[in-house]
Design a protein around this ligand. Sequence first.
Ligand code: SAM
Length: 179
Amino acid sequence: MSILSHLLKMPALTGAVAPSSRYLASAMARATGEVRHVVELGAGTGPVTKALRSRLPHASLVAVEIQPVLAQQLRNKFAGLDVRLGLAHEVLDGLAYPDPAAVVSSIPFRSLPQGMREITIASIEQFLRRVPGSRLVQFTYQPRVPFEAAADFRWHKMCSVWRNAPPAGVWVLRSLPAT
Ligand SMILES: C[S@@+](CC[C@H](N)C(=O)[O-])C[C@H]1O[C@@H](n2cnc3c(N)ncnc32)[C@H](O)[C@@H]1O
């Protein structure tokens, strides 16, 4: 059995009881800042994708989703969207941009299997180092940072979104300037 077909049997991949509300989706899109490139990890049913397209209509957008049915739905729903069916870290490792990008993630780090969590976090950190000035936007239902990042990064909480089930915090991760 491939790692992908094994993972697809796990409810921990989704980590949510309901799709992200439009309020959470808008808060995620606002937290990107004014970037020209966006990579969405775990696009799911597409509410954050919709908010990103609306707020940043001229930015390039790559949407990554591991579940084939959801990836196909995203293609049907958003004409012309660059949808990649696969694992977030594998797609992210193949991307490079000439200027800052936002990685916008709905991946449920607190419920992912440890190995998958570690490899995905490492890939995000490498991307943020490789594309200077970039940021990760991540939501969490927990009253703490979405995951422990390496020492050269800092989390900043942007807002709480109460109109979501359950309520969520939107966080941004950036690398610290070199001293
Ligand atoms: C919280 S859910 C979806 C959130 C989305 N905003 C929504 O409302 O539909 C998280 C999504 O991440 C996807 N996912 C989890 N781990 C992934 C990975 N390693 N690579 C790509 N997608 C992943 C799941 O399949 C799921 O669709």
